[in-house]
Design a protein around this ligand. Structure first.
Ligand SMILES: Nc1ncnc2c1ncn2[C@@H]1O[C@H](COP(=O)(O)OP(=O)(O)OP(=O)(O)O)[C@@H](O)[C@H]1O
Ligand SMILES: [Mg+2]
Length: 360
């Protein structure tokens, strides 16, 4: 399989005005040359093989959209090299456009007041899609989703779900080798999310399209991604198969307990206090184990590494300390794996900082 995307030591810096507060500050800003540099992407290198669905993940402001904008040619990298299907995106924007399809979350790229089928016809002309390929593609679409009923509908009259669906179909219409999806399921309900995921999967399979997906929804990742790349503060944290990630965290399990009766309403403050109490008790009895705590709908969760501490030990300890009404054990979810990677990187950074100050 060939590499369809290659990034080598890519940096992207934005020059932004240092804003000052108040009226005086605003006036000063008008004349100011006081800029600061935001490093949105730092030394990112990656290669992506044809036909894969890759999750490009990271917390808010990590640099995901900026990377996608560079791969689509909207932004020029400050340093480094990018090749997308053999093209340098920002230099060859026309040929790059033939190679890629793009969906940017809530912003539709379709013609707002045109019936969907008219938008498709315009795209057919723009991308010079042959009559046969166009017909075949629509036939494929009609076999996958109920798109026919949307053909006569202008995009502005569509629900968010219908619009997202239409946007995705529009992005695949000229059968590009690569499609970028920036948060395609944002704001959708559970059943629409499932529909969109099925559609992306089917199109990837049918057309062997490479898909680069950014999302905050771990359901998307579980359903779609074979490989994930995680970035934070512009820098790469992780790049490997999703299987590798799950194996790596294989010893992690989540213990969930209820310390209130199931019909009892617990205020947010009380829940927080109870979780803090659980946390303090565990930390004093099992110090230095990096547990991760959470709360959800009356359940308190403790994520732990069973290669260090047995879950049953923690549970029986807690049972001595408090009344527990219900217990659940869960394998680690992708969500907690990713959370753990983010948190570990924070911790590593803190340690690095601590080391530096130590040397002073
Ligand atoms: N045009 C711009 N000018 C200045 N700074 C920018 C610009 N675009 C992005 N940034 C900054 O670059 C960083 C990365 O932003 P980016 O939009 O790539 O994050 P993201 O990972 O897509 O986040 P989110 O999950 O919130 O969508 C942020 O600090 C952001 O404020
Ligand atoms: Mg973004």
């Amino acid at each position: 399989m060939k590499n369809v995307i290659e990034l080598k030591n890519v940096d992207k810096e934005f020059k932004v005005l240092n804003r000052h507060e108040g009226l005086k500050g605003s006036i000063r800003d008008l004349f100011s040359r006081d800029y600061k540099i935001v490093e949105a992407v730092k030394d990112v290198s990656l290669t992506i093989k044809s036909g894969t669905i890759v999750g490009y993940l990271g917390p808010n402001g990590a640099g995901k959209s900026t990377t996608i904008k560079m791969m689509t040619g909207v932004l020029q990298p400050t340093r480094g090299e990018i090749l997308v299907n053999g093209c340098i995106p920002y230099k060859n924007r026309t040929s790059n456009a033939q190679n890629i399809g793009v969906v940017f979350g809530q912003r539709s790229q379709l013609w707002w007041s045109l019936p969907l089928i008219e938008s498709f016809k315009l795209l057919k002309d723009i991308y010079r899609i042959s009559d046969k390929d166009y017909k075949d593609m629509l036939a494929l679409y009609e076999s996958l989703v109920d798109i026919k009923e949307l053909y006569s509908k202008p995009v502005r009259q569509m629900s968010l779900g219908q619009r997202t669906l239409s946007d995705i179909l529009a992005a695949f219409l000229h059968n590009p080798p690569i499609v970028f999806l920036d948060e395609p399921t944002i704001g959708l309900d559970v059943s629409m999310k499932a529909k969109i995921r099925d559609l992306i999967k089917a199109l990837n399979k049918e057309k062997n399209t490479t898909v680069i997906l950014t999302t905050h929804d771990m359901g998307d990742v579980d359903a779609l991604c074979e490989r994930i790349i995680i970035i934070d503060k512009g820098a790469m944290l992780y790049d490997n198969d999703i299987e590798h990630l799950r194996n790596f965290f294989g010893a992690y399990r989540t213990l969930k307990i209820r310390t209130n009766k199931s019909n009892e309403v617990v205020s947010e403050e009380k829940a927080k206090a109870q979780l803090d109490d659980i946390k303090n008790k565990i930390e004093s009895n099992f110090p230095g184990n990096d547990f991760i705590y959470g709360t959800e709908e009356g359940w308190y969760s403790i994520l732990l590494d069973e290669s260090k501490v047995h879950l049953m030990k923690v549970l029986s300890f807690l049972q001595e300390q408090m009344t527990i009404y219900d217990v659940r054990l869960e394998e680690i979810s992708t969500e907690s794996v990713i959370k753990k990677i983010y948190e570990d990187s924070e911790r590593t950074k803190k340690l690095e900082k601590a080391d530096v100050s130590h040397e002073d």
